[in-house]
Design a protein around this ligand. Structure first.
Ligand code: ADP
Ligand code: MG
Length: 354
């Protein structure tokens, strides 16, 4: 099956500066894909090229079997929502939503019907006659969404659309967007620098770093099987330990830590014996206490206990590494200064290149 949207070896340079570097990305019809990465990593540039506001300097963009990278934006049938809502301040809400339909020369009666339906969808029918400035930030963003969906595009592109909203409203809108995506069968390309947002919303996440995709996978795999140090650190919290490969077979490697201790980790590619690597283990994958058979175990000393409400963070020192674990409940019985062990399963221990 060929992808619905594909970037094929796409590059983009501004002058001498290459901001997207020979990038490949395939998106299926109906998928919700997030482009996640730090500021300046090229996410907006990707979206602008897909929407038609920027042209690639190399490669091709294909949508539904047709090359689109030289088509103007209105010929691509994609709804676009930006971070700043970009509503027209002098127009009423209804006129704002009608704008893309009038641009497309739709008859007046049908424009009215569609605008009404779009307003119902975002539950803001009552605001129809108001001006954008008379609505809250969240309401304005819902209007921007209605305007992007009113011409029934198959693809919706969103660039940090919830970035300006406060936490509670952002989480509410995340759920609304998920619902809309499912109920309308939309293909969504969603740009965010917020890892939690990407994890909550996406079918797949493409992690961007300096104009390249470091990994594209489901949120579960991105979290549990990071392929690079950058991905391990960018998504969630993790413990990193330096080591070198003693032996590597299939998807397991025996790793020698700095002090000579051996542990087993999970690999996503083959490593050479002697290769310097980094182990990534999530705090919730560490168990504190007795050595458990079949697990990796390291001697450790508890350095600090920090109560966080629903859990307690345990800071430990093991060999040369500082580790963080999390335990639930208040009566865990651990004490600062206590000597103990930390154990973790080989499959919870990702081996990534240094
Ligand atoms: P992101 O959305 O991930 O923050 P952008 O795609 O906006 O990143 O930018 C990627 C890089 O391209 C940045 O270094 C940015 O400064 C540069 N860039 C973006 N637009 C332009 C432009 N019009 N001219 C020159 N450089 C640009
Ligand atoms: Mg951006």
């Amino acid at each position: 099956m060929s992808a619905f949207i594909s970037f094929e070896a796409v590059s983009k340079s501004y002058g001498d500066v290459k901001v997207i570097d020979g990038l490949n990305l395939s998106i299926e019809r109906g998928e919700f894909v997030s482009l996640l990465g730090p500021s300046g990593s090229g996410k907006t540039t990707m979206l602008m090229m897909l929407a038609g506001f920027e042209a690639p300097t190399g490669g091709r963009i294909v949508v539904d079997g047709k090359r689109v990278d030289h088509l103007p934006p209105h010929a691509r049938n994609m709804g676009v929502v930006f971070q700043s809502y970009a509503l027209f301040p002098h127009m009423s809400i209804a006129d704002n939503i009608a704008f893309p339909l009038k641009m497309r020369g739709m008859p007046k009666a049908e424009v009215g019907t569609r605008v009404k339906r779009a307003l119902d969808m975002v539950q803001l029918s009552a605001a129809s006659g108001r001006k954008p400035a008379q609505l809250s930030g969240g309401q304005q963003q819902r209007i921007a969404l209605a305007r992007a969906l009113v011409f029934e595009p198959e693809v919706v592109l969103m660039d940090e659309p919830l970035g300006a909203l406060d936490k509670q409203l952002r989480e509410h809108m995340q759920l609304e967007l998920r619902e809309l995506h499912k109920s309308l069968g939309l293909t969504v390309v969603f740009v965010t620098h917020d890892q939690n947002e990407a994890i909550t919303m996406s079918d797949r996440i493409a992690v961007f770093n300096s104009g390249k995709i470091e990994q594209i996978d489901t949120p579960q795999l991105i979290y549990s099987q990071p392929n690079t140090r950058f991905v391990a650190q960018f998504i969630g919290e993790t413990n990193l330990m330096n080591g070198s490969v003693a032996e590597s077979h299939d998807d397991r490697a025996s790793i020698s830590l700095g002090d000579g201790t051996r542990v087993i980790g999970r690999t996503h590619k083959s490593f050479r014996p002697g290769e310097q690597i980094v182990l990534s283990v999530r705090p919730e994958a560490l168990t504190i206490g007795d050595v458990a058979p079949g697990l990796n175990s390291l001697p450790a000393v508890i350095e600090d206990l920090v109560f966080q409400g629903d859990h307690t963070r345990v800071h430990l020192k093991s060999g040369g590494s500082k580790l963080a674990a999390r335990v639930t409940g208040q009566n865990h019985g651990y004490a600062v200064g206590q000597s103990t062990h930390v154990s973790f399963a080989p499959e919870a221990c990702a081996v990534v290149p240094q």
